[in-house]
Every structure is written in structure tokens, then in C-alpha cells.
Design a protein around this ligand. Structure first.
Ligand SMILES: [Zn+2]
Length: 235
């Protein structure tokens, strides 16, 4: 698989919020990222589907349950309002999610998570992979390639920018900067040593790094993913 065939999830963070919502949050917290996106213990997260075929919705619920089993939170799929998180299947709009409790700042009926390339024809591996990844964002996890503990990734910036500006992602310069190269302060995040096997890691072709390092397509939760969320949401 090359970068040119791979869809990348875009995880939405503070900067993506409506300026009015940012203002409210700014008065409460600084550097709204992982720590501030963490759900209180034993939260029941009410999740509503905005569209999508019932069979596909069921496949999403089944995959999401892998996370739910590990944490002291409850994913409550419920079509009633109000909801905390809302899932759409808008084709061609990419796959993305807001992080953690940030979803609560998004007004009904806007989606907080989108599956832009899942259909009834998608393979089980594809559904599982993208659902576990986006629900990782719902738990407040950010992309593992932002993790610099253990050295991080030596990016070949020009190659990353060139590939992601083209199809199928077609990201503009700001989006690439935001999704690939943003840096968090230690105080803003909980992290472990970078985990190449994490479901929150992008596939990274060797051409994107300066030292030939590459990362394959991860479609299951890694042991460290499981341990990490169990620590964060001690079950
Ligand atoms: Zn993502």
C-alpha cells in the first residue's frame, strides 16, 4: 500500500471548533487537547446515528464495543436527543472525529464523527480499523504520530506535503500542518513511548521519513492501546 492509495483520518481539535465555542472553552481551560478532552470516570456517552444503513450502523457498534469493554465509560447508542456524539456517513467528506468531551461543544444536529469511506461493501477489517480509530478519538486519544516520546518520527516534510496534497486526501497546507506536524506540550497530554502498533497511528511509507522508518496498516488495538486506555479510564 502506498501513501497515494491511503485515506487518512483527520482528527479535529480545538482549532477546528467554531470561534464562539472556542471562546467559551478558552475561559475554562488552556491548551485543549488530550487531557482536557478526557471524559469523567463512569461517563455514559450518548451516541446517535445521523444517517447510515442499519446493518452498517450495527457493524460500527460491534467494533466500538471493543473499546467499551476496556474502559469505565459506557457507549450508549440511543436515537433520542440530547446526544453527546453524533455519527454521520457522509461519503467523500473524509473520516474524522472531534476529540473526547469536545464533542459536547458541537451543537445538535451537527456530526461529531464521520465515516467518509465506509459502505455496506467495506470489508470487516476496514470497518473495524476505522471505527476503532475514530472511537479512539472519541475517548480523547489523538494521533500516535504526534507522540514524540521515544524520539518520534523524523519527517520528510516535502514528501508528506506532496503526497497528501494529492488524491485521495487533497489536503491543503494548513490541514497537512495540523494533521501531521502539530506539536503538543507535555503538560497538555498523557502519553507513553510512541507505539508503532497503535490503532491511532497512521500508515507511514518510508518515503515520508528521513531515516527510512515506515509503519504499516494497523487494524486492531495494540497491547499498549489497551493498557493505555485502561490506565486513563481505569476499569
Ligand atoms: Zn484520526
Amino acid at each position: 500500500m502506498s501513501a497515494n492509495e491511503t485515506h487518512y483520518c483527520s482528527c479535529l481539535t480545538f482549532e477546528d471548533l467554531d470561534p464562539a465555542v472556542q471562546k467559551v472553552l478558552n475561559s475554562q481551560v488552556r491548551g485543549v487537547l488530550l487531557k482536557s478532552a478526557k471524559w469523567p470516570d463512569r461517563s455514559v456517552i450518548r451516541i446517535r446515528f445521523l444517517d447510515g444503513d442499519p446493518a452498517l450502523q450495527q457493524r460500527v457498534r460491534k467494533a466500538a464495543n471493543e473499546w467499551d469493554k476496556l474502559v469505565n465509560l459506557t457507549f450508549s447508542f440511543d436515537q433520542r436527543r440530547p446526544s453527546d456524539a453524533r455519527i454521520a456517513f457522509q461519503q467523500g467528506k473524509g473520516s474524522w472525529s472531534y476529540l473526547g468531551t469536545m464533542c459536547k461543544s458541537i451543537p445538535e444536529p451537527q456530526p461529531t464523527m464521520n465515516f467518509g469511506w465506509l459502505t455496506n461493501e467495506s470489508s470487516d477489517e476496514e470497518v473495524r480499523s476505522v471505527v476503532l480509530h475514530e472511537f479512539g478519538h472519541l475517548l480523547g486519544l489523538t494521533h500516535e504520530h504526534f507522540n514524540v516520546k521515544g524520539g518520534g518520527i523524523e519527517w520528510n516534510r516535502d514528501a508528506v506535503i506532496r503526497d497528501l496534497s494529492g488524491p485521495p486526501n487533497n489536503w491543503d497546507a494548513d490541514t497537512i500542518e495540523h494533521n501531521m506536524f502539530q506539536k503538543f506540550r507535555d503538560a497538555e497530554i498523557y502519553n507513553t513511548v510512541m507505539d508503532r502498533e497503535s490503532i491511532m497511528m497512521y500508515p507511514i511509507p518510508a518515503a515520508w521519513t528521513l531515516n527510512g522508518m515506515s509503519i504499516g496498516f494497523n487494524s486492531v488495538l495494540s497491547e499498549q492501546d489497551k493498557k493505555f486506555v485502561q490506565t486513563m479510564y481505569h476499569n
